[in-house]
Design a protein around this ligand. Structure first.
Ligand code: NAD
Length: 527
């Protein structure tokens, strides 16, 4: 099958675009894949076909991973500086063509152009940080050997894993996979990227743009398709899988990874809580809450889904929030605050959660079932919803939120923590100590204080969750180490006073050793 080849030399991404050529700088080639099946990517606002892509099968995936192994060796052998230079060149390429990429994100996800630009800017900040900090975080360093091994020189370094498979979602098709791709590349790995079937063109653009600045080897490659393509990647010879998507899919990916005992970092969904203290700046909190819940049509893993407000300020806050949300509007036009639901099937989930909440006594303060006007969903605020209803316990992933009153931040934290998810969260309070205590007590990977999702734009902070929100970390030093193998080397500098690892060891040697151990570790400690 002949595809329109949208990458530079050596890349493996073959896509047969429709006549309306995408704004991707690309070359026509006649590369073939073994795949005969294809799928279309659609504009969710208009259902217009944007492009056609191959459904990569097991053999395509295996061949791509095999090519990546050679590229990984080449990439790992480059100096830190050389890799940094190439990654920074990629960063500047992405920024220089941000208009084209943002247009593509807008077309494929339906999100407003400015939101697409913001997403790309955030992604660029992460490429920059990963490129500039990889050497500092991962380079070989001497560590203290301890008194018993004082004759040894102890060295710790973080080596590349080889080939990392990245499986991405559609909601932030640049920012989200970049949290794995940039850090895996900066740590010296090659990457095979399987974007969501809803956003393959954005994935293709990223791969193509990388190949523009690193044409020598296929260090970043693309495979396209649905679940089975991701499954084939998880069962392939990759050294690690970085998965971002739903908890339900993560379980399948984990089972597939078990085939080869392939390690996995899983970035899954969330049900993030937003806590408002009695002393909070209510205007700022209402503004942040509205944006955190409704932007990107609520299709944000760290979006606000549950709001807990301290009793004293509940009514005032609700008034300010409804006032803020009343002017928020979905649509396709440039003035719209957010776009259509990118994944049509999510609309059913949203409807189901609203219906369940209302049937169980919840009050629709703004919107309700009538807010669902496919492919759009208007903002919905639900109050007095029972804590065990779907709108409180399950990820809704729509422009909806539940709001409840609590006695204090402590009760807010307790309710927030009564969730199987634990991804992000927010605390609004003017009392720094109270806010920090609540932030620490939230059982989640990240908390924003007096802002919303702010941690995502700080590249030195790790990002990831617990429980059904997944495990492992992207971003920051932890994100770099996630894609590296710690290597420990003990080099003997001089002969030991007592050779413990020898059959020549005597009773006298052991006596001396036990004497030393008692001296070092045997002191009584007061409880
Ligand atoms: P999804 O789980 O349906 O799909 C994610 C990816 O997995 C897609 O590329 C899909 O093709 C692939 N996939 C599907 N079945 C597979 C299988 N059996 N084996 C391997 N791969 C398979 O998720 P989605 O709808 O694309 O994304 C939305 C979800 O992602 C939400 O739950 C959201 O909260 C979550 N998300 C999490 C983060 C985070 O960083 N924690 C970021 C963005 C989105």
């Amino acid at each position: 099958m002949v595809y329109w080849h949208a990458t530079a030399r050596n890349a493996t991404y073959d896509s047969h675009y429709s006549a309306r050529a995408l704004p991707v700088e690309a070359k026509m080639t006649t590369t073939t894949t073994s795949s005969t099946q294809t799928f279309d990517t659609l504009n969710p606002a208009t259902s217009e076909v944007i492009a056609t892509f191959p459904v990569c099968g097991e053999a395509d995936v295996a061949a791509t991973v095999a090519r990546a192994e050679g590229a990984a060796r080449w990439w790992a052998e480059l100096s830190w500086k050389d890799r940094q230079r190439r990654l920074l060149a990629w960063k500047s390429h992405v920024i220089r063509y941000i208009g084209r990429l943002a247009e593509l994100v807008h077309t494929e996800t339906g999100k407003p152009l400015a939101d697409a630009q913001l997403e790309i800017l955030l992604a660029v900040v992460h490429i920059d940080w990963a490129a500039r900090n990889a050497h500092r975080v991962l380079r070989p360093r001497r560590v203290r050997p301890g008194l018993v091994a004082f004759n040894q020189a102890a060295t710790l370094e973080y080596q590349p894993l080889g080939v990392v498979g990245v499986i991405g979602p559609w909601n932030y098709p640049v920012f989200t996979p970049m949290g794995s791709i940039a850090y895996a590349l900066a740590a010296g790995n090659a990457v095979v990227f399987k974007p969501s079937e809803l956003t393959p063109a954005v994935g293709g653009w990223l791969v193509s743009s990388f190949a523009e600045v690193v044409p020598e080897q296929p260090v970043l490659q693309l495979v396209t398709g649905f679940g089975p393509t991701g499954d084939a990647l998880a069962r392939s010879a990759v050294s690690k899988i970085a998965f971002t998507g739903s908890a339900a899919t993560a379980k399948k990916v984990m089972a597939a990874c078990a085939t080869n005992l392939t390690p996995l970092v899983a970035e899954c969904g969330g049900k993030d809580a937003f806590l408002v203290g009695a002393d909070a700046d209510l205007d700022a909190a209402a503004d942040a809450c509205a944006w955190g819940a409704m932007s990107n049509a609520g299709q944000t893993c760290i979006g606000v889904e549950r709001v807990y407000v301290v009793d004293d300020v509940y009514h005032t806050f609700l008034e300010k929030l409804t006032e803020r949300v009343t002017s928020v509007r979905p649509g396709e036009d440039r003035e719209a605050d957010y776009g259509p639901m990118t994944m049509p099937s999510q609309i059913e989930v949203i409807e189901n959660h609203i219906a369940d909440a209302v049937a169980r006594g919840g009050q629709a303060i703004i919107g309700g079932m009538a807010s669902v006007r496919k492919p759009y969903v208007g903002p919905v605020i639900l109050a007095d919803v029972p804590e065990d209803s779907k709108a409180v316990t399950e990820e809704t992933f729509g422009p909806t939120l539940t709001i409840s009153r609590v006695a204090d931040l402590t009760e807010g934290v307790a309710l927030a923590n009564a969730s199987r998810y634990g991804l992000g969260g927010t605390v609004f309070s003017r009392n720094k100590r109270a806010a920090m205590n609540a932030a620490r007590s939230l059982r989640s990977g990240m908390t924003a204080v007096n802002g919303v999702v702010s941690f995502a734009g700080i590249p030195s902070l790790p990002f990831g969750g617990s429980g059904d929100s997944g495990f492992g970390r992207i971003h920051g030093a932890d994100g770099l180490r996630e894609f590296a193998r710690p290597k420990a080397i003990a080099r003997q500098r001089m002969k030991p006073m007592v050779n413990l690892t020898s059959f020549g060891r005597t009773d006298e040697d052991m006596k001396r050793l036990l004497g030393l151990a008692t001296l070092l570790h045997g002191r009584r400690y007061k409880k």
